[in-house]
Design a protein. Structure first.
Length: 442
């Protein structure tokens, strides 16, 4: 089965090679990271061959969630290095620019036996932590053979992926047998992972680390990252709509809704943040075709109010702080069938949140927000327009939604301690001994 899986991976790369080559040429993807993805890390990466904890976080969301565990991992295992891998370029950028306590950041290797063995030899992990649902068969088998403990944290099995896992259950069961602990976000995900083959004795419900990873507004660390606000000196009387993490197919209805909103409230500013950096140009041109005055965030002058209709947020890592200026927030990936995106970042600032019908990736969180009247779910682009316009015109409703959202975030913290308890059962905390200093990755 493992041989067939490896053949499938090689076949996939062969079939996809023209597209990957085009992405490399057009967007400069993969070229700079190829050596690391093949298991060749820089000579300076782990020069002394120290043992480590290896955390894998696919992209931006998982990187920011991993932030919740890093201080306690450093405190409890001071003699182990902390390494973090990502799959995407944007995840790599955010990890290098925003994470403390991590010694090195690198790209996740292709899941082929000889490549993952090469990476393990250099990283030398005693513990491998997978964020959310990152199940890589060859790597997990290599970890088991090398005596590396493995844990899935903040785990979830979405409604979309669940049937696919069930189809391959005999193989999935063998793969999951190599995982020592499953820390799942909720009861439904725990039930699903047991159904596809996980040992129930290894499964624990810890809650969502996304709540614990949020920085409390007003903290010293938070204030240090507020540089973005200097480019948005908007007046208190100017409504601001933030359309966050939008995907292809969502910008057109957003712009149509914005046009009708502007007919009622002509001073309204729209800040739109495409999920994928390679779509910045496309979204900007789409906005210009609508006749709007458009600027990119990187074109704005510091300490000045934007005099444009629409701002395209063409940066990585600034969106979370920008929520502070929002009057209302639409969270994308939810008007098209892509499973939705994180609604907790605007919630921690007490913002009124709107999302679409497709929230499978955050189903338990979305359900909790709706049950507590902490967000609004819309089904159609027309409903989106009515919801946003209603919020802009009703400060009492905005305040009520925002307060409920913030309270829900505060009430659901605690997954970090439960997760660290599970980790400690696999690998008891170390005595401090000779503590090796950490560095901040830049």
């Amino acid at each position: 089965m493992y041989a067939a899986y490896s053949v499938l991976i090689v076949t996939f790369f062969v079939v996809m090679s023209p597209y990957l080559a085009w992405q490399a040429i057009r967007y400069r993807k993969y070229i700079g990271s190829l050596r690391q993805r093949l298991g060749y890390l820089p000579i300076s990466f782990n020069l002394d061959g120290d043992e480590s904890i290896w955390i894998h976080a696919v992209s931006v969301g998982e990187v920011l969630t991993a932030r919740a565990l890093l201080p306690q991992l450093r405190e409890r295992y001071p003699r182990l290095r902390l390494f973090l891998s990502t799959t995407t370029m944007t995840g790599q950028q955010v990890a290098k620019n925003n994470l403390q306590y991590v010694d090195e950041v690198f790209y996740f290797p292709f899941d082929l036996g000889f490549i993952v063995n090469r990476t393990l030899h250099l990283v030398k992990p005693r513990l491998f932590i997978m964020m959310e649902t990152e199940i890589w068969p060859n790597l997990l088998r290599a970890c088991r053979r090398a005596g590396v403990r493995t844990v899935l944290v903040n785990g979830r099995i979405s409604a979309r992926s669940y049937p696919r896992y069930r189809l391959a259950r005999p193989f999935v069961r063998r793969v999951l047998a190599h995982v020592d602990r499953f820390c799942m976000q909720g009861e439904e995900s725990a039930r699903r992972i047991v159904d596809i083959g996980a040992d129930p004795e290894r499964v624990v419900v810890t809650g969502s680390l996304k709540f614990d990873s949020l920085e409390i507004p007003g903290s010293a660390q938070d204030r240090g990252r507020n540089r973005i606000l200097r480019y948005f000196r908007t007046g208190s009387d100017r409504p601001v709509i933030i359309a966050a993490s939008t995907l292809k197919g969502e910008e057109e209805p957003i712009f149509e809704a914005f046009q009708r909103i502007r007919a009622r409230l002509p001073q309204t500013l729209l800040v739109i943040a495409p999920r994928k950096p390679e779509r910045f140009d496309e979204v900007e041109q789409l906005a210009r075709r609508g006749g709007w005055t458009v600027a990119r965030r990187t074109e704005l002058r510091v300490d000045a109010e934007p005099r444009h209709d629409i701002i395209v947020l063409d940066t990585v890592g600034e969106l979370a702080q920008l929520y502070q200026i929002a009057t209302a927030v639409f969270v994308g990936g939810s008007l098209v069938d892509q499973g939705g995106h994180n609604i907790l970042e605007p919630a921690v600032f007490g913002k009124a949140i709107v999302f679409g019908p497709y929230m499978q990736n955050f189903s338990e969180i979305a359900r909790a927000f709706l049950e507590r009247d902490a967000a609004i779910q819309v089904r159609t682009p027309r409903e989106l327009e009515h919801a946003l316009l209603g919020l802009l015109n009703d400060p009492v409703r905005r305040a009520s939604l925002g307060a409920a959202a913030r309270a829900l975030v505060e009430a659901n913290r605690g997954a970090r301690n439960k997760t660290m308890t599970a980790v400690g059962q696999l690998m008891p905390p170390q005595n401090p001994g000779n503590v090796r200093p950490f560095r901040i990755v830049h």
